[in-house]
Write a protein that binds this ligand. Structure first.
Ligand code: CP
Ligand code: NVA
Length: 311
């Protein structure tokens, strides 16, 4: 899953970039966010540019934040839903990549198999941005990092405790931890640990403290952030009932937040299943920052696209 650091034309994994680049993108996100929020509408770096957005899965945040962000900075984005181009079914990925590269300046894709986004990026001559695969979700974790910087003050040294399934979100946290130093803990049920190679990669980078545990109560102590995601991801919804049994004890509720301590924020990439992986009370509490977090998807991605387009 690797491209040489510094040479990546695409944004597929956070670990394809060095620390300075990741921090620069996050800083840019802050700046462009301020500009957009001030009502400024004359900064149009994407003027005359188009983006193709390929969605093989449903989405609210990713679709709306990419489309809106690209428009607010002067460009035009096209939404291609699951029934439209049917990449890999109606047409081979490598053909889609080259055809879209002829029309568009940038491609964003949300796909099932990670190999598909690697193939898309390999054959596209324009930058490809990963809008989630079964393996990872880098734009989400860039937005999360921005949110932590805004609320906690900095990412470095922060203790982030993820409670739930060792899924695509966890892989992106691990790949961020391979680049920027912080303390990342994943508390998941036995058998639902993140990909071993990715854990190893993050540990071997020697940048962050990484812990994988099956004990959420112990894990959350002293957390700056307690983070949750659905137990059954897109593509696993038929396993939902089975997973609810396996994940007993992993719901983020008020008691778990109290164990974390008074400084802990609650984060969730959304969509959330209230009453399953997190209680309604925790999402609605004053230390829940899930909506600023969702908003930051747009700001983080704007900066990612500016970087990818060399602007
Ligand atoms: N968090 C996130 O990616 O949300 P969507 O699935 O709605 O895009
Ligand atoms: N792990 C979830 C994240 C959704 C944004 C999924 O893949 O469905």
């Amino acid at each position: 899953y690797e491209q040489a650091k510094g040479e990546a034309k695409d944004f597929l994994h956070i670990s394809d970039f060095d620390k300075a680049t990741i921090l620069k993108i996050l800083d840019r996100a802050k700046g462009v966010k301020e500009l957009i929020k001030s009502g400024e509408r004359t900064y149009l770096p994407f003027y005359g540019k188009t983006m193709a957005m390929i969605f093989a899965k449903p989405s609210m945040r990713t679709r709306v934040s990419f489309e809106t962000g690209f428009f607010l900075l002067g460009g035009h984005a096209l939404y291609l839903g699951p029934d439209d181009i049917q990449m890999g079914k109606r047409e081979e990925t490598r053909d889609v990549a080259r055809v879209l590269s002829g029309y568009n300046d940038i491609i964003m894709a949300r796909l099932f198999a990670h190999q598909d986004i690697l193939d898309l990026a390999k054959y596209a001559t324009v930058p490809v941005i990963n809008g989630l695969t079964d393996y990872n979700h880098p734009c989400q974790i860039m937005a999360d990092a921005l949110t932590i910087i805004e609320h906690v003050g900095q990412l470095e040294g922060t203790k982030v405790v993820y409670v739930g399934d060792g899924n695509n979100i966890v892989h992106s946290w691990l790949l961020l931890a391979a680049v920027v130093p912080f303390h990342f803990v994943c508390a998941c049920p036995k058998g639902f640990e993140p990909d071993e190679k990715t854990v190893e990669k993050a540990r071997q980078a020697g940048i962050s403290k990484i812990e994988i545990t099956n004990d959420p109560k112990e894990a959350v102590r002293g957390a700056d952030v307690v983070y949750s995601d659905v137990w059954a991801s897109m593509g696993q919804k038929e396993e939902a009932a089975y997973r609810r049994q396996k994940f007993e004890g992993f719901q983020v509720d008020k008691a778990l937040m109290q164990l974390a301590g008074p400084k802990a924020y609650f984060m969730h990439c959304l969509p959330a299943e209230r009453g399953v992986e997190v209680t309604d009370e925790v999402i609605e509490a004053s230390n829940s920052i899930v909506f600023p977090q969702a908003e930051n998807r747009m700001h983080a991605q704007n900066a990612i696209m500016l970087h990818a387009l060399g602007l």
